[in-house]
Write a protein that binds this ligand. Structure first.
Ligand SMILES: NC(=O)c1ccc[n+]([C@@H]2O[C@H](COP(=O)([O-])OP(=O)(O)OC[C@H]3O[C@@H](n4cnc5c(N)ncnc54)[C@H](OP(=O)(O)O)[C@@H]3O)[C@@H](O)[C@H]2O)c1
Length: 304
């Protein structure tokens, strides 16, 4: 007997990842993508009622309180959205036997306690309110015993939304010189890559004959390779220059500075590197070098 199309609920459709998920998941089922006004993660009872009404087969939750510095003084809101709401979604997913896909961050790690990339089993020790609330969200999902995937990622950017790539591209055209932090290391990861990998994982889930045997759990998802914010900014500047953009701050005018020279309210991990071996091996995936996604987004931004 033909099965109805699966219903896939996406929260936070206006965000970088939420925007890309609407495209990548559209081939897998009937997508209901909602913004904050339609699905507010700070309202647990309304959120619960919404999920009960929609009865999705898959819930994908890219919505989050992502203002890392603001979270330091807005802890209650960050905790409600990042810490509590994922637990509500997971409890409802468990009731429905639905899959919950959730996103987390390298900020759950201290970032200064090892130089190797972090594996999924590495000890967590968030140093910021944002990181603490994101870890609370992970814990709440695990406690609900729902079918779930927690995908930790890092340094997200896309053509849609605000991010470091777009800021760097603007500043190299506006300013004569830039000073950018060079002692934080990570992998810029495209929102489109996160959305495409999510679609692969959801497709494997929807097509499995044995949902009980599916490899649920926590995975690290980031592009291959690594750079610093300084290296990233220089790469963006060089690519823009090559594309014919008139720069004031050419790559050689982007100076490397230490984190200590650019203090921010929330501490940043020095080591944001995530080991993606588990994801690649479990699902048979290849992840592109970080430059590939940056080139693609720059092409979109510069040739619009
Ligand atoms: N950005 C990064 O560098 C990064 C790094 C590692 C992990 N992550 C994680 O990756 C995921 C996606 O991040 P992103 O970069 O796509 O985030 P983003 O672009 O900042 O988007 C966040 C989304 O969450 C929504 N939102 C905020 N508060 C909400 C609420 N109370 N109810 C419902 N929706 C709400 C926002 O809606 P509005 O448009 O109305 O504000 C927006 O759609 C998040 O879980 C984030 O923690 C991000």
């Amino acid at each position: 007997m033909a099965r109805d199309l699966p219903l896939i609920l996406i929260t936070g459709k206006t965000g970088q990842v939420g925007f890309e998920l609407q495209r990548s998941l559209a081939v897998l089922g009937r997508v209901v993508a909602l913004d904050r006004s339609e699905c507010d993660l700070s309202q647990p009872e309304a959120l619960r009622a919404l999920v009960q009404r929609l009865q999705p087969d898959v819930i994908v939750n890219p919505a989050a309180y992502t203002a890392v510095d603001k979270a330091e003084t807005d802890q209650a809101a960050a905790q409600a959205i990042n810490g509590a709401a994922p637990g509500v979604l997971a409890e409802e997913a468990a009731r429905l036997n639905a899959l919950l896909v959730h996103y987390s961050t390298d900020y759950v790690f201290a970032g200064d306690d090892q130089t190797e990339p972090y594996t999924e089993n590495a000890a967590t020790a968030p140093r910021s309110v944002y990181g603490q609330t994101k870890l609370a969200g992970e814990d709440a999902i695990r406690a609900a015993h729902a079918r779930h995937l927690i995908l930790r990622t890092s340094w997200v950017y896309g053509a849609h939304g605000a991010n470091f790539l777009k800021t760097a591209l603007r500043l190299v055209q506006e300013r004569d010189a830039l000073k950018i932090v060079a002692d934080q290391i990570g992998a810029p990861t495209a929102a489109s890559l996160i959305a495409d990998v999510t679609a692969q994982l959801v497709a494997q889930y929807l097509h499995t004959d044995e949902p009980a045997a599916y490899p649920y759990g926590t995975y690290h998802l980031a592009a291959e390779g690594e750079t610093s914010w300084h290296g990233y900014a220089r790469y963006v500047a060089a690519a823009a220059q090559q594309a014919g953009v008139a720069l004031k701050a050419t790559p050689e005018r982007i100076e490397a500075i230490p984190t200590s020279a650019y203090p921010l309210p929330a501490p940043r991990p020095a080591n944001s590197r995530l080991d993606t071996q588990k994801l690649r091996a479990t699902f048979g995936l290849t992840l592109p070098q970080w430059q590939a996604g940056v080139d693609q987004v720059l092409t979109l931004l510069l040739h619009r």
